[in-house]
Ligand binder design. Structure first.
Ligand SMILES: Nc1ncnc2c1ncn2[C@@H]1O[C@H](COP(=O)(O)OP(=O)(O)O)[C@@H](O)[C@H]1O
Ligand SMILES: [Mg+2]
Length: 249
């Protein structure tokens, strides 16, 4: 545990829904430049933890601290986004009848907090950022095609790109490889590893093969509590993890 090196930490975070504790006094951290995976059975509280970090859900008690000393739990969701926490949601936010370029253009403007206006001109550096993002995603040859033509996997990458153009300090992803082919999962793994070169990344994922390929460290959540943390090999060999999660096949 390295609180000084962490970009974000939660301190005793508890969240209840109608008396049911989805998170129970969770202490959790992500270090600068780390690529952390969050795993655990359905209902463990993984999505709720992301919701607390990005401000969508407020904790009943506990603190969420970002950077030097920013108390995120006291801020609104929009302000948290502006502070550099980007989230790729499971639900799509792409406009299918707009080009890839225009989708990324809207996301770029969102960063500036300006009301989205597609017809104002982007400056050179914004255009360059969009093209280099498309290049990173392997979608540059589709820049001026409508997003509706993309495969499921490509659509997910575009969604990642829409967060990436906002250049978040901490990048949150909830089950990004669900429904992807093996080849698409491998490409996504490489993409996240590339992202982690200059962003901290926290990814919720079920696919253990993907987690093994991708993450530096893994946190296992179970019934709203941190059960175990460490390298993939470490958590896989923990009998409690095998019992509650991996053993269930
Ligand atoms: N908005 C909500 N209202 C009521 N219960 C919720 C809500 N969100 C999540 N829960 C409950 O909290 C628990 C944790 O959910 P979640 O964080 O989505 O788990 P995970 O992402 O690990 O599958 C589950 O039992 C879920 O039913
Ligand atoms: Mg979830």
């Amino acid at each position: 545990m390295s609180e000084s090196g962490s970009i974000i930490y939660t301190d005793g975070v508890t969240v209840s829904f109608d008396g049911f504790k989805a998170l129970q006094a969770v202490d959790f951290y992500v270090d600068h430049g780390e690529l952390r995976a969050l795993i655990g059975p359905n209902g463990a509280g993984k999505t709720t933890l992301l919701d607390v970090i990005c401000g969508k859900v407020k904790p009943d008690s506990g603190r969420v601290v970002f950077g030097e000393a920013t108390e995120l739990h006291q801020l609104e969701e929009h302000d948290i986004t502006m502070m550099g926490i980007g989230r790729k949601f499971q639900t799509p936010s792409v406009f299918k009848n707009m080009t890839l370029f225009d989708n990324l253009s809207l996301a770029t403007r969102h960063e500036r907090g300006v009301f989205a206006n597609l017809f104002s001109t982007l400056n050179r550096s914004q255009r360059d950022t969009i093209m280099s993002t498309l290049n990173t995603l392997g979608l540059e040859d589709k820049a001026y095609e409508q997003a509706g033509v993309l495969s499921h996997g490509q659509m997910q990458w575009l969604e990642i790109g829409m967060v990436l153009v906002q250049d978040p300090t901490l990048f949150l992803l909830d089950e990004p490889v669900a429904g992807m082919t093996r080849e698409e999962r491998e490409k996504t793994s490489a993409l996240l590893q590339w992202l982690a070169k200059d962003h901290a990344v926290l990814v919720v994922e079920h696919d253990m093969e993907f987690v093994r390929q991708t993450a530096d460290r893994v946190t296992v959540l179970h019934e709203g509590q941190v059960l175990c943390e460490g390298s993939v090999e470490h958590v896989k060999s923990d009998p409690r993890v095998v019992e509650v999660y991996l053993g269930r096949g």
